[in-house]
Design a protein around this ligand. Sequence first.
Ligand code: AKB
Length: 317
Amino acid sequence: MKKILIIGSTGQIGSELSIRLRSIYGVDNVICGYFAPPFPDGFFEAGPTVEINALNIDRIAEVVKENHIDTIYNLAAILSATAEKNPKLGWDVGIGSLINCLDVAKEYNCAVFTPSSIGAFGPSTPKDNTPQDTIQRPTTIYGITKVTGELLSDYYFTRFGVDTRSVRFPGIISNMTLPGGGTTDYAVEIFYKAVQGEDFVCPLRAGTYMDMMYMPDAIDALVNLPEADPSRLVHRNSFNVTAMSFDPEMIYAEIKKHYPNFKMTYSVDFLKQSIADSWPNKLDDSAARKEWDWNPQYNLERMTADMIETLKKRLNK
Ligand code: AKB
């Protein structure tokens, strides 16, 4: 039975990952690390929690040792648009947390999963059907930390045998926790506006295509890749994964099928636009499909219907 520590468990991914992991491995076998509020509803009642600063290696080692942890999910990160406003913080959190986890994992024989991102690619990367192995020259600090993280994770695997695995996540759309500071966040915010009967002002231009994924598929990736047979893995850090690619006009049109009076206008955020323009339109995720049976369940149509149904209930609309 696994004994798991999630660092950064109160964020967009962590708050849903902890629920799924606890349902598979048992509540007491998943320890949720927290650093600062806000905390998800019922966070402290749902299972074991520990206060942990990802930049404090002694604290990570102490928690891993005391709780006999064998798997660390390191979700501490500053997303792309926020990191661009404070590059030093983006680097310190992204790389500081990772190197600490890798060093502790090396000492206590843990597996480590740290998500990478479509942000690990840059303007010189092929934009369509972006290959698994290709040019990675990102122009954002977020992307630079992600490429460095991929290389460090592979290095700790080949040099020290640490079982590191990860995926390059696209924009993740969730009906539970809002993201913060990402370039893809508009694709979550648009649903809240539609369900609340408000107009949406889109920060990205029409024609800006990016990969996206509904949270249940993202959680599947986070559970299934660490469980994959290692003898099938040609790659480790990190796998391209995607579930859909759309631009603002496509998601707007899909939401309008449910809310014909919904209105979207544009007011371009130049920072986010320049980041989005440097990222791929659509990844080729065939390596993940081949090596660990990646198989997302939600396309734009199915995700939109589910997002709206769930948000209507949650927001009493
Ligand atoms: C962001 O927009 O920064 C993230 C990501 C794609 O990694 N959602």
